[in-house]
Design a binder for this molecule. Structure first.
Ligand code: ADP
Ligand code: MG
Length: 731
C-alpha cells in the first residue's frame, strides 16, 4: 500500500535524528545584550553632547522633539547601522490590524557620474510616507484620500532587524493620516501614557511629592505559545489558514496527567528557545524566564518589565521572532488563543504598574506610613478605574480567538473583577468599615487608621481564576489573548486610571481647600469613600464557578461573553467622552477602532468557516465515502464467502459511517450558506459580527462534531489529517 503524506510525515518524524544543536559556546546574556540596538550607550558614544542631551530630554522627560537635531541623529544612526551590516532602513509601525508593518528603503542615492552613496537624512528619520492605503482605517481614510504618514517615536530605540543575510535599521514609529488622526495602536498608547503621567504627577503633588518629573506605566508581558512539527502542520489546512485546528477528535491523552507543566523541556524545543533568546538579547529584549506550560506542546516566555510602550514593541518583535525561529527549526509556533480543543489555550499576562522617574514603583506598599498612604491612594484609584470601566477593559481583550478561552475553565471568566489577596482585601474592608486596625499577627497591621499599616508583601497568595490580580507590587491583567497586541489593554488601563486619578485628585483638592483644612484627613476620607463605592469589584473566590456568575450578576457586574457583545458599545458615549477628555482618542478615532475590531472578528470567523466547510467537503467527506465504499465491498465479499455468519456489527458500522457522511454533507452545505449570508451583512459591522456569532459559529460546531465522529470511525491509515495525538505529542 502506498504511503499517504500523513504516514510519510510520521515515519520521517519517527526516524528524525536529534536536532543539530550548534556546537557553539554558550552566549552570555549580559555580553550580547542590546548589541543590535541604537541604545542610550551607543547614542552617548556617537552623538555630539548637546544633541545627545536634547534627545535624552525627549526620551526621558517627554519633551517635544527638537527637529533641528534630527540630521545629526540620522547620520549617527546610519553610520552605526552600516558598520553593523545594514543596507536598508524602515519605519516600523503598528496599524489597526494589531500586527506590525514595515517597508524597506536602501541607504542609496545614485549620482550623475554613475556611482552611488549611502544617505539617510533627518527628514527620512522623522517622517515616512509609506502610503500604506490598504490597512484598515475604519472609515477615517478612504483609499482615494492622501497618504498615511509615519512619525519617529524616539522613546522606543531603533534596532537592527536581521533576517537571513538582510540587516535593516528599524525605526519604531507612529502611523497617522494626513489629517493627523491616528491610524495605529501606538499613537493612542503614547497619548494614554501622557495623560496618565499628567494626572499621576498631580496626585503625587497632593501627596507631598511635587517634584516628580515623570510617571510612566511599566509592563511585563508573559507570552504563551505552542510548537508543532512543521511537516505535520503543513498537512493541516486549518492550521495553515487559521492558526488553530478546526476539527480533530479528542486524543486518548491530553493534559490530565499534568505531566507537561514545568517539566524538563525536550531538546528540540530547548534548542529553539536558546536560538530565540539570543536574538531577543541582541535586540535588547530582556527575555528572562522559559518553561513548559500546562497543555502538551505549550510553552511560555517572560521578559523583565520595561516602560509599557517599549514592552509592547518588544512583545510584537518577540512574537515575530518566535515564529520565524520555529520555522528554521522545522516547527511552527502557534500564537492562537486556542489551537486545540480540550487542552488549555494560550494567554498573555499583562503585568502592569506605575513608576516615577527615579524608578519607584507606585504600587509597592512600601515600609513607611507615607509609602503606605501613597499605595492606598493609588490602589483605590485602580479599583475605581476597573469598576467604572469594566466594559472598556473587556472590550480591549475582545478577539475571536480569545472567545474560546475566557470563561472556559482555563482562563479567567469574561466578568472583570479584582483579586487583592486575603491580607490586603481584609485591610481594604476594615478601612471601608471605618475600623481602627490592630495587629492581627505579631508585627503586622499594627497601625491605626491615620497611619496605614506596613503591608505584608506575600506574593504566594495567588488566585489564578481572577482576571485582574494584585501580585505584590503590580496588577496582572490575565485575560489578554496570546496573539493580541497588548496595546489596547494598556491604552484602556492607562486611560481608565488617568480618568480615575483626575476624579480622586479633584475630590482631594476640593476638600483640602480653605482655612484649617487638613489635607491628610481629606486624602484618607477620599480613599475610604472610593474603596467603599467600588467595593463590588473585589472578588477573592473561585472565578471559574457558577456561583460567581450568579453573584456577579447580583452585584451588577458586566458579563459580556463574546466579542460582538464586548465591542457593541465600545464606541459609546461614556468611552468617547473619556478618551476625548484625556486626549487619547477622538470620537472618530474611537468609532473607527470599534468598527475595525468588529470587522476583524467577522473576517476571522468567516475564514474559519470557509476553511472548515472546505475541509469537510473536500477532505473528510471523500474519505468517509471511500471508507464506506470499502466497507460495503468487504462486507459483500465476506457475505459471499460465509453467507451464514453474523455481520450485524459490521453492517452497523457501515450504516453509521454512511449516515454521518450524509449528515456532514448537509452540515457543510449549511455552514457555507450561513457564512455567505453573514458576509452580506458586512455593511454594518455589528450586525455582521452578531450574525457570524449567532449563525456561523454554531454551524461550525455542528460540522466539527460530525468530522470528529467520523475520525473515530474511519480506519486510521485512511485518515489524511495529522491527529491531535500526533500534533500535540510528536517532536
Ligand atoms: P509573578 O510571580 O507575579 O508572575 P514575576 O516576577 O515572575 O512575578 O513577574 C511576572 C512578570 O511581571 C515579569 O514579566 C516581570 O518582569 C513583571 N513585573 C514585575 N514587576 C513589575 C512592575 N513593577 N511593573 C510591571 N511588570 C512587572
Ligand atoms: Mg504571572
Amino acid at each position: 500500500m502506498s504511503s499517504s503524506p500523513r504516514q510519510s510525515a510520521l515515519s520521517a518524524l519517527a526516524t528524525r535524528t536529534a536536532p543539530a544543536t550548534h556546537v557553539t559556546a554558550p552566549v552570555s546574556a549580559t555580553e550580547s545584550f542590546g548589541s543590535d540596538v541604537f541604545s542610550d550607550a551607543v547614542q552617548r558614544q556617537r552623538l555630539p553632547k548637546p544633541i545627545y542631551k536634547a534627545l535624552r530630554r525627549t526620551i526621558e522627560a517627554g519633551e517635544a522633539l527638537d527637529a533641528s537635531i534630527a540630521d545629526a541623529v540620522a547620520s549617527a544612526m546610519k553610520a552605526w547601522a552600516i558598520e553593523n551590516g545594514a543596507t536598508h532602513f524602515t519605519h516600523w509601525f503598528q496599524p489597526m490590524t494589531g500586527m506590525t508593518a514595515e517597508k524597506h528603503d536602501a541607504f542609496l542615492v545614485a549620482k550623475a557620474d554613475g556611482s552611488a552613496i549611502a544617505e539617510f537624512s533627518g527628514k527620512e528619520l522623522i517622517r515616512g510616507e509609506p502610503d500604506a492605503s490598504s490597512f484598515p482605517s475604519g472609515g477615517i481614510r478612504a483609499t482615494f484620500e492622501a497618504r498615511g504618514y509615519t512619525a519617529w517615536d524616539p522613546t522606543s530605540p531603533a534596532f537592527l532587524r536581521r533576517n537571513g543575510s538582510a540587516a535593516t535599521l528599524t525605526i519604531p514609529t507612529a502611523f497617522c493620516s494626513w489629517t493627523g488622526e491616528a491610524l495605529d495602536l501606538k499613537t493612542p498608547l503614547l497619548r494614554s501614557a501622557e495623560a496618565l503621567d499628567k494626572q499621576a504627577r498631580r496626585l503625587l503633588g497632593l501627596l507631598g511629592e511635587p517634584n516628580v518629573r515623570r510617571v510612566f506605566p511599566t509592563l511585563g508581558v508573559e507570552q504563551e505559545y505552542f510548537l508543532v512539527d512543521a511537516s505535520l502542520w503543513a498537512l493541516r489546512p486549518d492550521l495553515v489558514a487559521c492558526g488553530r485546528t478546526l476539527l480533530g477528535a479528542r486524543p486518548p491523552k491530553g493534559q490530565e496527567l499534568e505531566d507537561h507543566y514545568f517539566a524538563a523541556t525536550p531538546e528540540r524545543v530547548m534548542t529553539f528557545m536558546v536560538d530565540c533568546e539570543r536574538q531577543l538579547w541582541n535586540l535588547g529584549i530582556p527575555a528572562k524566564t522559559r518553561h513548559n506550560e500546562v497543555a502538551p506542546a505549550q510553552y511560555e516566555m517572560a521578559p523583565i518589565f520595561e516602560p509599557a510602550p517599549v514592552a509592547i514593541d518588544h512583545n510584537m518583535l518577540c512574537m515575530e521572532i518566535m515564529q520565524s525561529t520555529a520555522e528554521r527549526h522545522g516547527m511552527k509556533c502557534l500564537l492562537h488563543e486556542k489551537p486545540f480543543a480540550g487542552v488549555n489555550g494560550s494567554g498573555k499576562h499583562n503585568n502592569w504598574s506605575l513608576a516615577d522617574d527615579e524608578g519607584n514603583n507606585l504600587l509597592d506598599p512600601g515600609h513607611t506610613p507615607h509609602e503606605n498612604l501613597k499605595f492606598m491612594v493609588f490602589l483605590s484609584v485602580v479599583l475605581r478605574a476597573v469598576d467604572l470601566h469594566q466594559d472598556m477593559l473587556r472590550a480591549s481583550i475582545a478577539h475571536a480567538g480569545n472567545d474560546h478561552r475566557l470563561g472556559a475553565n482555563e482562563a479567567p471568566p469574561a466578568i472583570i473583577s479584582i483579586f487583592l489577596g486575603d491580607e490586603l482585601e481584609g485591610l481594604v474592608r476594615a478601612l471601608i468599615g471605618g475600623k481602627e486596625l490592630k495587629g492581627r499577627k505579631k508585627g503586622e497591621l499594627e497601625l491605626g487608621v491615620s497611619t496605614l499599616p506596613p503591608l505584608p508583601r506575600d506574593t504566594s497568595d495567588r488566585n489564578r481564576t481572577s482576571p485582574f490580580a494584585f501580585t505584590g507590587n503590580k496588577f496582572e491583567f490575565r485575560a489578554v489573548g496570546s496573539s493580541q497586541s497588548c496595546a489596547y489593554p494598556n491604552i484602556v488601563l492607562n486611560s481608565a486610571v488617568a480618568d480615575s486619578i483626575d476624579h480622586v485628585a479633584g475630590e482631594i483638592e476640593k476638600r483640602s481647600k480653605g482655612k484649617g483644612a487638613d489635607r491628610r484627613a481629606a486624602i484618607e476620607a477620599v480613599v475610604r469613600e472610593t474603596l467603599k463605592r467600588h467595593e463590588r469589584i473585589l472578588f477573592n473566590g473561585d472565578g471559574y464557578s457558577q456561583e460567581w456568575q450568579d453573584e456577579a450578576a447580583r452585584r451588577g457586574l458586566l458579563n459580556r461573553k463574546d466579542t460582538p457583545a464586548a465591542l457593541a458599545d465600545f464606541g459609546g458615549k461614556k468611552n468617547a467622552e473619556l478618551f476625548e477628555r484625556l486626549g487619547v482618542l477622538s470620537r472618530r478615532e474611537l468609532e473607527s477602532r470599534q468598527h475595525v475590531l468588529l470587522m476583524a472578528y467577522a473576517h476571522r470567523v468567516a475564514v474559519e468557516a470557509h476553511s472548515l466547510a472546505n475541509i469537510a467537503a473536500t477532505i473528510v467527506l471523500p474519505v468517509a465515502q471511500a471508507a464506506a465504499r470499502e466497507m460495503a465491498e468487504s462486507l459483500s465479499a465476506v457475505r459471499q464467502a460465509a453467507p451464514k455468519a453474523d455481520q450485524g456489527a459490521l453492517e452497523e458500522l457501515l450504516t453509521e459511517v454512511a449516515s454521518k457522511a450524509n449528515q456532514l454533507k448537509g452540515a457543510a452545505d449549511r455552514l457555507a450558506k450561513v457564512n455567505a449570508q453573514a458576509h452580506e451583512l458586512e455593511g454594518s459591522a455589528l450586525k455582521a459580527a452578531e450574525s457570524y456569532r449567532d449563525k456561523v459559529v454554531p454551524a461550525m460546531r455542528e460540522t466539527r462534531a460530525l468530522c470528529d465522529q467520523l475520525e473515530a470511525l474511519v480506519g486510521d491509515t485512511h485518515w489524511p489529517l495529522p491527529k491531535y495525538r500526533e500534533l500535540l505529542f510528536l517532536k
